[in-house]
Design a protein. Sequence first.
Length: 280
Amino acid sequence: MFDKKALRRIKLVVSDLDGSILNSNAEISSYTRTLIAKLGAKGVKFTFASGRVSSALNKYVNELNIALPVIALDGCCICYPSTGEVISESYIPAKFVRRALNFADKYLLNVVLCRNEAIYYTESNSVIKDIMDKFGARYEEVNSYVRLESKTLEVVFTSDYKQNILHAKNKLSFPYALGLNVSYYKSQKNDGIYYLELRRKGVNKGTALKKLLRKLSIKQSRVAVIGDWYNDISLFETGALKITLENGVPELKKKADIVIPKTNDQEGVAEFLEMLLKVN
């Protein structure tokens, strides 16, 4: 059970996009937009914490007239999408990017480099843009990755050969590489496709939220976070009020202060916003 007085303290709502505020058609409902506007008029602000690159957030930032920075690429970047002003970026050391590219050649893996403004691929890796689970991202073809190595936020490998992905994972994990987070998983939408993602160690939505709140001078207890997936767990390990939906993964439901008995396709986020509006 949560203290209902906690709702009255909330001055900022930070929501995940896919599976949370967006429905299955990648839309924010008009009713949810109206509630966010009403809360804004009462001094409750709103922003996003998403796994998308920041360029893929612009549409929704504009829809909601968000003036605050957003958390993009699961915490790798905190920025103002409308202006491009960057608050924080967590780059992978260039030596690890080069090593990753070498392993991609060795194990015949598709590979792309993710930066704040776009996801970059070469001609030989062009298939990757059709199978990556990076919703709304802008892709740009380049002749070579050489000039992109120094400011890469994420390296993503894909392959339909599970063992090749696992070989690369082992070579890019401790003790061979220090300072990296290495995530391996199977695609949800493309059967038989496996992914490997590299990011700087310690980077996640939760650590990014803490950075953002220091920038805004807002206490964690005055923040509500909304999420549905495993990449939202770090948000639920902060001192914020934690909200998930019926479609949230079990790990989030265990940590949540409020579980809304509706999915993202049933305007679950709107139900929480209604609760918030009633006490403001």
